[in-house]
Design a protein around this ligand. Sequence first.
Ligand SMILES: Cc1cc2nc3c(=O)[nH]c(=O)nc-3n(C[C@H](O)[C@H](O)[C@H](O)COP(=O)(O)O)c2cc1C
Length: 318
Amino acid sequence: MFDKVAKLAGIFSEALRDAALFLRFNSYSPFVDKSRRAFYKIIIEAHTIEKGLSLPSPKPLFGKDKVRFVMRALSRYDIGHSPVPAHMSLGALEAYLAFHAQAGASDPLLDEISGYLKQWETRLPRPWQGGTRDYRFDGQPAGDLQHLIAGRSSVRTLSPAPLEPARILEAIALAQQAPSQCNRQATRVHTYQDPARIQALLALQGGSRGFADTVGNLFVVSSDICAWGGPGQRNQAYVDGALFAMCLLLACRALGWGACPLNLAIDHKTESAIRRVGGIPAGERLILMIAFGEPAAPQTRVAFSPRRPAAEIATLHA
Ligand SMILES: Cc1cc2nc3c(=O)[nH]c(=O)nc-3n(C[C@H](O)[C@H](O)[C@H](O)COP(=O)(O)O)c2cc1C
């Protein structure tokens, strides 16, 4: 009985701490660095322009307010923080102009954009990575992806040898193909190869008992809380973070490594301890860990982990 009451009280106190953490670090918080907040704000608004241009029939002169907002916000933004919002904005504005030129439209706003882009040419040389790009469905071997997804398994027999940092970055870059809300890319990946630090982190996680000592490479996936703001977004860190983590697991498999996701179903006390040991900033929410590395042997044994028949989890609505 006491145990149940303690669990219920724990749910309330953890929820309060969730709210406190979100309030302290979310995108409206005055306690978060201005450049970091502006980074996300500009990306979100620039995305509405590129998204508008990717629709089947964009409306002429759509999103005038957004366009003006992006220009104003980018002018105040310090690109030393990251050039990504500038690339996205300038590329989107350039594509906006190209779309209207093709449609033969004229408007003072288009002249304004044109002048604005000229000012930026020297600050951030072209090509600007933003706007829209051509995309093809043919020529992509879909079967490869099917095999990759069907062939992934949690592997708990890993070689502890540290992997080349350049290859780890390759895996992370692949995982960056994960979609993220408004392309805000708030997910962070912390990588560890120091055996003592890995053991300290795994001891706090607890789910790698029986194979922790074979882990020589460890990711901790987290999300920058200041990418998210307002009550509706309080859990979005986990959505984007989990999609990224799935891509990272597939990327590990694609590079020939074994990988095992490790839950971070933990309370705030443990989350803080992991942040401390891992050198992770206080404004990041932890999503999960991933143990990874070369397979200990080319052939190994994995848990069967059968899946339910698809019809059991699917509801095909009329
Ligand atoms: C969020 C998450 C947390 C997990 N945590 C652990 C863990 O702590 N320890 C572990 O050995 N496996 C962990 N797993 C692996 C699951 O047991 C495994 O994904 C599941 O049984 C399906 O098997 P498969 O990954 O081989 O397809 C975790 C998986 C997920 C998605």
